[in-house]
Design a protein around this ligand. Structure first.
Ligand SMILES: [Zn+2]
Ligand SMILES: [Zn+2]
Length: 340
C-alpha cells in the first residue's frame, strides 16, 4: 500500500509499504478518509528532530473501519471514527485514570506518525490502512451528518486546544482568557474557539502573526498584535502556545495573581528559563503536559456534534489525497488532506 513517508529533511514522498494486518482480537484496521496536519508535523519534516530512517507521516484523522477483531464490541465495519493519535490500551492504571498519553503498556510518545520522537514506527495516517491495536479505547464514532474533513484534526490539535481552557473555565466560569500564540499554528486557535464555546467573558488573542490574528478575529476573539515585550493587562487564565522563551515570558507576565497559566508548548531544545520566584510570589499555577487524546475524545465529540465547536473554521487549506506530498511541506495554518 501507499504511505506518505518523510525520507529526509523536507523530503516527502509516497512509498510502498506492507499493508498491516490484525494481530489480536481487540484490534481494528481503518482506512483514513481525511487527515489534518498537526502543528508539530512541519518540525518533524524539517529535520528538527533527527530521524535515522524514513518515517510515516500523519496522526490526526477521520477513518473508516475496514476490519475488526473478534473481541471488538460496539463498532461495525464501514463506520467512520476519529482515531486517537496516541496508542493507548484503555485498561492499565494510567489509562483508567484518564492519563492515556502515558499508557503503561507503551513507551513514552507512542504516537502515529512520530517515529523520530518515540523511536517506534506505528505507521502514519496518510496511508491506505492503519492498524489500531486497541479499538475500544482508541476509536470514537462520529455522527453520519458530520463531515470527515471538518473533523480531521479532532484527534489531536482540537482536543489540545479544548483541554487548554476547559478545566480552568470550569473552575472559574466566565473568566477572561488570553491566548498567547508564538509559533504554534492551529492549537491556539482551537483554544480560542473552545474558550468562546465554554463561556469565557472575553477571549483575547496575542500574536505577532497577522494571518493568525485575522483568523482569531473571525472566530470571535479580540486580536492583540504584540512583539511579546509587555502585556497590556493581566488575565485569570492564560494559554501559552508557542516555541519561544520570549513568548513564554510574555504569557507569564500576562497572568494575574492567583491566576492559571496553561502551557501547550513543547520546549524541546535544552532548558527553558522559568521565573519560579514570580510564580511563587503571585501564586500563579502553571500547568504543562501533553493532552490525553483517547480520554478527551469523549468530552470533545459532544461539543462538535451540537455545533458549539466548529473545527472546520480553523482550516485554511484542503487538498486532494494525491497532492499530499507537495502540500504537506508547504506553509498553512491548518492543512487537511482528503480522499476525493
Ligand atoms: Zn500532533
Ligand atoms: Zn494503557
Amino acid at each position: 500500500m501507499k504511505q506518505l513517508t518523510c525520507t529526509g529533511p523536507s523530503a516527502i514522498e509516497w512509498r510502498d509499504v506492507p499493508e498491516p494486518r490484525l494481530q489480536g482480537g481487540g484490534e481494528a484496521l481503518v482506512r483514513p478518509l481525511a487527515v489534518a496536519r498537526c502543528d508539530i508535523d512541519l518540525f518533524l519534516t524539517s529535520g528538527l528532530f533527527p530521524a535515522r530512517e524514513p518515517f510515516a507521516l500523519g496522526h490526526e484523522c477521520v477513518a473508516e473501519i475496514v476490519e475488526l477483531g473478534d473481541a471488538v464490541r460496539g463498532f461495525e465495519v464501514g463506520q467512520r471514527t476519529v482515531v486517537s493519535f496516541q496508542v493507548s490500551c484503555g485498561t492499565c492504571r494510567s489509562c483508567a485514570a484518564g492519563h492515556t498519553a502515558n499508557c503503561d503498556r507503551y513507551p513514552v510518545l507512542s504516537d502515529y506518525g512520530m517515529q523520530p520522537l518515540s523511536g517506534v514506527e506505528y505507521g502514519g495516517m496518510l496511508a491506505d490502512v492503519v492498524r489500531v491495536p486497541h479499538a475500544a479505547a482508541m476509536l470514537a464514532p462520529i455522527a453520519p451528518a458530520l463531515d470527515s474533513a471538518a473533523l480531521a484534526s479532532v484527534s489531536d490539535n482540537v482536543l489540545d486546544g479544548y483541554r487548554a481552557v476547559a478545566p480552568h473555565l470550569a473552575a472559574t466560569p466566565g473568566a477572561d482568557v488570553l491566548i498567547v500564540c508564538h509559533g504554534l499554528k492551529s492549537v491556539p486557535l482551537y483554544a480560542a474557539q473552545a474558550a468562546i464555546a465554554l463561556g469565557a467573558a472575553h477571549v483575547d488573542y496575542a500574536s505577532d502573526d497577522a494571518e493568525a490574528l485575522a483568523l482569531a478575529e473571525r472566530l470571535g476573539a479580540r486580536p492583540l498584535r504584540t512583539d511579546f515585550e509587555k502585556p497590556e493587562r493581566r488575565y485569570p487564565i492564560v494559554v501559552d502556545a508557542g516555541l519561544t522563551p520570549v513568548g513564554l515570558r510574555y504569557a507569564i507576565r500576562a497572568t494575574a495573581p492567583e491566576g492559571t497559566l496553561q502551557s501547550v508548548s513543547f520546549y524541546a531544545g535544552g532548558d527553558t528559563p522559568m521565573p519560579l520566584g514570580r510564580l511563587y510570589t503571585l501564586g500563579i499555577r502553571f500547568f504543562t503536559g501533553r493532552a490525553h487524546a483517547a480520554a478527551l475524545l469523549r468530552a470533545v465529540m459532544p461539543l462538535i456534534e451540537d455545533g458549539r465547536l466548529r473545527p472546520q473554521d480553523v482550516t485554511t487549506r484542503v487538498v486532494d489525497w494525491d497532492d499530499a506530498p507537495a502540500a504537506y511541506g508547504e506553509p498553512a495554518i491548518k492543512l487537511v488532506v482528503q480522499r476525493s
